[in-house]
Each structure stands twice: as structure tokens, then as C-alpha cells.
Design a protein around this ligand. Structure first.
Ligand code: MRU
Length: 358
């Protein structure tokens, strides 16, 4: 996707494989800054501090983290264990590490380093193609709505499941970009997504970069908009989808799905194959990350003087809880948009698209 008119991926190796360049997402939307990861510790810190975030990008960064670790002569198993411990919910992390291990472990030590860089690059290139296909399939749903009503198609999304959350294109936003680029009139309601405001900070920023009409709303506004016919469909991403179609996504997704269900608004979840955890029969066992209370008690923003500051919004001493994800049961999901097509959210629907998993 374009940043200031330049085609940009969220992660890219240096040509001499001495480092990996990322966009520091903790600085957006106020500052657009890149950062070079030079070793295993940098990669692990980038994931846990959320300089990179979003399930597919976490997986891609972990893959490059392994390559960086091998540059430093680190042990493969130990490096994977360090990276695996960074964040618990997005299954793409474990998926990418398992893939790296499967390719690298059988190789002689002297061949592993070059193979790690090649495999990480392959994971990134594949992610772009998976998301492009999700965009194609999801755009069909948006086009179908456009054919039934005048004016723009109003899509509501939660968190950031756009190109910043992947290597390129995004998952939930890939259909939006594909439809917009094809000339379908579209407008996106962007949930602010407290506590870290990925919607207000990241989704709004990337939609603006691409020129897609959008409006940021407080998280609590979605139900009201749905009651008044102002949302045609919801599309969100997911960090881990169980084999029965239950989906874990950013905290607050479940409430949006309930509101959509109550108002007859279609609720779609967009995901690439690596986000499906076939080992989990349902969503109850998905590990939910608990993050620091300060993400709830404090907010960051830019002053009129252009300084980025953090302020507290709760009384000193009030405790805060910060579950970062929730699980939406498959029964509230209208359909799953994957790189292989759109299916009903359920075991049969998923197996129809991924028969090799039967
Ligand atoms: O905590 P985050 O910002 O990593 O959470 C991201 C999300 O919840 C996304 O919706 C999800 O990873 C899907 S991204 C394509």
C-alpha cells in the first residue's frame, strides 16, 4: 500500500540481511518512523511492545526474528522459545515459528542462516498473496450490497486489521481496498478501539493514506448506528479462529457481533489460513492476553503544540483490568472470508474450504 504515495510493506529485510526494517506503530498516527531490528532481542521487543502488531505481522516478524537470531549464532530452539513467549493470542506467531523450525532444524548448521532469511521472505510474500485473495473474495460481498442500495456501502470495522496488521493489504480491510479501487462507493465506520486505540490511530491513518472515506467513532457508538440502519455490514479480523469457527479478536469485537446479530447486520470475519488453529475444537481454550493496566488508565495524544504526551484518565489508585481480546462464538458470525473463498462460520464450512484438514 502507499505511504505518502510510496508503495510500502510493513516489514522488509535490509539487502545485506543485517537487519529488518519495520514501521514503529507505537508512534502512529503522529509520527511515521521506521526502525531497524538488528537481533533477536529487538524482534522480541518489537512484538511485545507492539511496535509491530496484528496477527499476520506478528508471525512475519517472528520469522525474521529467527533469521536475526541465527545471524547472532543463537540456538534455534532457544530463539523460537523467546519469540513464542512475546504474545499469547495470535496463533500466527506459533504457526510461523513451527514453519521456520520445520525448514531449518533438518539442515546442517552452516546452511541454516541463509535458509532462514529465505523462508521469512517466503512467509511475507505468501501473506501478501493470501490477503490479496481475501480482498477479492470480500469485495464481492461489498459489491453485492452496493448493487442493492443507493449511496456508499457503510462498513464497520474494529481494531486495525488493515495493511499495518499484515505485510500488505490487511485482512478485514483488504475487501475495502479492493472494492474502493474497483470504484465501489464505500465508507468505513472506524471503531476507536480502546484501550490502545488501534482504530483511531492506525485504521484511520491507513484509510486516509489510501483516500478511503471513513469516520472514527467511539467504541460505544456502533450499536446505535446499527439500530438506525447506518451500517450495511461489519468486517473484522481475527487473531485465532478455532476449528468450529469461534473467533478471537480485539476486545470489544464480541459486543459488536451481538449488536449486529440483534439488528440483522451481516458480521463477517476475514482471515488467512494460518490464523486457523485446527488443534482447538472451539474458542474456549484460546489464550487471552492480559496487558498492563496503564493502557486503560492512561491515554496518549498530540498537543496543539505538536508534542506527543501521555495523560492519566482515571483517579490515582483506581485499579484497572485489561483483557486484550475476546471470543465471538461462531453463531454470531455470518461468514468467514478466507483466501479460498467465503464460508459459513463452522467446522463444515471451514472443512469445505480446507478439505486437507479433515
Ligand atoms: O493487539 P493487536 O493490535 O495486535 O490486535 C490486532 C487485532 O486484534 C486484529 O484485528 C487481528 O490481529 C487481525 S489482523 C489482520
Amino acid at each position: 500500500m502507499n505511504v505518502n504515495g510510496q508503495p510500502t510493506r510493513t516489514i522488509a529485510p535490509l539487502p545485506d540481511c543485517s537487519g529488518v526494517v519495520i514501521i514503529d506503530q507505537t508512534r502512529l498516527p503522529f509520527r511515521y518512523e521506521s526502525l531497524t531490528l538488528r537481533g533477536l532481542a529487538d524482534a522480541a521487543e518489537a512484538i511485545s511492545a507492539m511496535q509491530v502488531r496484528g496477527a499476520p505481522l506478528i508471525g512475519a516478524t517472528a520469522a525474521y526474528g529467527v533469521a536475526l537470531a541465527l545471524n547472532e549464532g543463537a540456538d534455534l530452539e532457544a530463539a523460537c522459545a523467546t519469540l513464542a513467549a512475546t504474545r499469547p493470542t495470535a496463533v500466527n506467531l506459533a504457526w510461523a515459528l513451527a514453519r521456520m523450525k520445520a525448514v531449518l532444524a533438518p539442515l546442517p548448521a552452516g546452511e541454516r542462516r541463509a535458509a532462514a532469511w529465505a523462508e521469512a521472505a517466503a512467509i511475507c510474500d505468501e501473506d501478501v498473496e493470501l490477503n490479496r485473495a481475501i480482498g477479492r473474495h470480500g469485495a464481492g460481498l461489498i459489491r453485492a450490497v452496493a448493487g442493492r442500495k443507493p449511496g456508499p456501502v457503510n462498513v464497520l470495522t474494529h481494531c486495525n486489521a488493515g495493511w499495518l496488521a499484515t505485510v500488505d493489504w490487511g485482512t478485514a480491510l483488504a475487501p475495502v481496498y479492493a472494492a474502493f479501487d474497483a470504484g465501489v462507493p464505500i465508507h468505513v465506520w472506524v471503531d476507536e478501539t480502546r484501550p490502545r486505540n488501534q482504530g483511531a490511530s492506525l485504521t484511520a491513518w491507513e484509510l486516509q493514506q489510501h483516500g478511503v472515506p471513513h469516520t472514527v467513532i467511539a467504541d460505544n457508538a456502533g450499536g446505535h448506528l446499527m439500530q438506525h440502519g447506518k451500517v450495511d455490514l461489519c468486517i473484522v479480523g481475527t487473531d485465532r479462529t478455532a476449528a468450529n469457527g469461534d473467533v478471537a479478536n480485539k476486545i470489544g469485537t464480541y459486543l459488536k457481533a451481538l449488536a449486529a446479530h440483534d439488528n440483522g447486520v451481516p458480521f463477517y470475519v476475514a482471515l488467512p489460513g494460518p490464523t486457523i488453529d485446527w488443534t482447538l475444537a472451539d474458542g474456549r481454550a484460546i489464550p487471552i492476553e492480559e496487558r498492563r493496566a496503564e493502557e486503560v488508565t492512561c491515554l496518549s495524544g498530540e498537543t496543539e503544540a505538536g508534542e506527543v504526551v501521555t495523560v492519566r484518565v482515571t483517579p490515582t489508585g483506581s485499579p484497572a483490568a485489561n483483557p486484550a481480546f475476546d471470543v465471538t462464538p461462531a453463531r454470531l458470525v455470518t461468514g468467514l472470508i478466507t483466501e479460498r473463498g467465503v464460508c459459513p462460520a463452522g467446522r463444515d464450512g471451514l472443512l469445505a474450504l480446507y478439505p486437507e484438514r479433515a
